[in-house]
Design a binder for this molecule. Sequence first.
Ligand SMILES: [Cu+2]
Length: 145
Amino acid sequence: MFILKFVSVSTLLSYFLISSFAYAENFTIEMLNKLGKEKMVYSEKVISIKVNDEITWKSVDKGHNVEFIGMPKGVSKFKSKISKDAKFKFVKSGVYLYQCTPHKAMGMIGLVIVGDDKSNLDKIKKVKVYGKSKKLLKTLLKSIS
Ligand SMILES: [Cu+2]
C-alpha cells in the first residue's frame, strides 16, 4: 500500500515536471522601422523568458536582422540574414544582448533574460555598443538590475 502510494505520487510529480518542460513558449518580436516616435526598433527591447523558450524576430519592415553580441558562456554567436525572420531557441540561462547590424548605432538593440539568470550581467555591461545604443544599453541594464 505504501509503495503503491509512493509510486503514484512520484508518477504525478514526474508528470508535472515533464509537462512544465514540454510547454516551452515561442515569443514574437517585430523588427520595425518605426514604433511611435522611435525609429529602427525591436518591438520589445527587454524580454524575460524561460529556458527552452524560443523567440521569433519577425521581419515586419525590411532591412533588419539579429546579431548576438553578448551571451552566456558556451553559447555560440548567432547572426541572422537581413530582411529575414529569425528564430532562436534559448537552451542556456543568462542574459543575451543583441543588435541589428545595419542599425547598431541607432539604438536598435535588445536584451533577453533567460531563466531569471543575471550571473553574466557584468560581462554584458562591458560589451561594446555604438552611437545611440550606448545610452540606451545603460538605461536597459538599469531597468533589469
Ligand atoms: Cu535594423
